[in-house]
Write a protein that binds this ligand. Structure first.
Ligand code: NAD
Ligand code: TYD
Length: 354
């Protein structure tokens, strides 16, 4: 039986991943280690919290004793490291915590896993693996042409992407130095249920429903490649099961859109399904993000050719699934946008959005 340590499982992608895995495999055990920062929400897992195959542990991935004790107690066969500070804008305001969690926290996990799994010189217990969930942002920004492949040089621009790149390099170093059994996945922008509304899609949906201004950084012509979160979860599972040890796999939606296109799609959905007063007049072009990456685009041919993964959810379907979910989970949205969120919103956008 596989015993997973999933870190950051109370966040957006981690919570979707845990539910996907519990739904797919009956003979599985998952321990979710999460510090429950502003982005981690136990409510995201309320429907599976009593599942006997699932255990929640509140704590920091950087806590040496805690992680060591967890390895002793549960004898994990797999680690999937989602835990991170994940928001670019916050990293621009306060980079230090990104180093602490994303870099030092990852190195602690790597060390504890290596200690527990090593059985001889460069030899590890059978079937064990560490998957580092990384991002396309480590490659920097594209111009009008080309795509990021796994061979694209690393060129991060934001403190967030610099911290993720640094973590990736430690994972690579563990493979190069110790033959540590690991993979790195680098995915494009995810969208779907349970995303914290500091990120573009849930933020704009929430504001649009409340007829608040919709902040677009700069021209809004920046491009992101959007992938439905469940497709990302499937790819991570596949890499964990079948990925060649030491390899990096890019994961992408083959779905590049400008930010303006995304915002207009949300306006149109909200107009038709929530409030007919919602219109493009709510759009407000605000000061651009510092160091704003212009374009991300993923070449996901390696994971397709080696592991047979392809995105399954067309954007037109995924965006409706996503916005329907937020529409039907207003209470969730209200809970996560009260309290500290209001201070964050005021700091970022100059007004509260209650
Ligand atoms: P998120 O911000 O929604 O969730 C992060 C989770 O990590 C939260 O539950 C938080 O409480 C937890 N956490 C933070 N610091 C911790 C610590 N020190 N110890 C334990 N837990 C801690 O992030 P997300 O969007 O779900 O992203 C998950 C991972 O996927 C991140 O590593 C991110 O870099 C990567 N990723 C995200 C995207 C995306 O579009 N969201 C795309 C590619 C890769
Ligand atoms: P975001 O969801 O923060 O993801 P990332 O920075 O990881 O790509 O932002 C997606 C894009 O939307 C990015 O180009 C920044 C832009 N953006 C806005 O224009 N306005 C906003 O209020 C936010 C949060 C993002």
């Amino acid at each position: 039986m596989k015993r997973y340590l999933v870190t950051g499982g109370c966040g957006f992608i981690g919570s979707n991943f845990i539910k996907y895995m519990l739904g797919k495999y009956s003979d599985i055990n998952i321990v979710n280690l999460d510090l429950c920062t502003y982005a981690g929400n136990l409510e995201n897992l309320s429907d599976i919290e009593n599942d006997k195959r699932y255990t929640f542990v509140k704590g920091d991935i950087g806590d040496e004793k805690l992680v060591k004790d967890l390895f002793q107690k549960y004898d994990f066969t797999n680690v999937i490291n989602f835990a991170a500070e994940s928001h670019v804008d916050r990293s621009i305001k306060n980079p230090e915590i990104f180093v602490k969690t994303n870099v030092l926290g990852t190195v602690n996990l790597l060390q504890r896993a290596k200690e527990h799994w090593l059985i001889g010189e460069d030899k590890y217990k059978d079937g064990v693996k560490f998957v580092q969930v990384s991002t396309d942002e480590v490659y920097g920004s594209l111009g009008e042409d080309g795509l990021f492949s796994e061979k694209t040089p690393l060129d991060p621009h934001s403190p967030y992407s610099a911290s993720k790149t640094s973590a990736d390099l430690f994972v690579k170093a563990f493979y190069d130095t110790y033959k540590f059994p690991c993979n790195i996945t680098r995915c494009s922008n995810n969208y779907g249920p349970y995303q914290f509304p500091e990120k573009l899609i849930p933020l704009v949906f929430n504001n649009a429903c409340n007829l608040k201004t919709l902040p677009i950084y700069g021209t809004g012509l920046q491009i992101r490649d959007w992938l439905y979160v469940l497709d990302h979860c499937k790819a991570i599972d596949l890499v964990c099961e079948k990925g060649r040890i030491g390899e990096v796999y890019n994961i992408g939606g083959n779905n590049e859109k400008t930010n303006l296109f995304i915002v207009k799609s949300i306006i149109s959905y909200v107009h038709d399904n929530v409030n007919t007063e919602c219109s493009e007049a709510l759009i407000k072009h605000v000061e651009d993000r510092k160091g704003h990456d212009l374009r991300y685009g993923i070449d996901a041919s390696k994971i397709k050719n080696e592991l047979g993964w392809e995105p399954e959810t067309p954007f037109e379907k995924g965006i409706v699934l996503t916005l329907d979910w937020y529409k039907n989970n207003k209470k969730w949205l209200k809970n996560v946008t009260s309290g500290a969120y209001q201070n964050y919103y005021q700091m970022m956008y100059g007004d509260k959005n209650e």
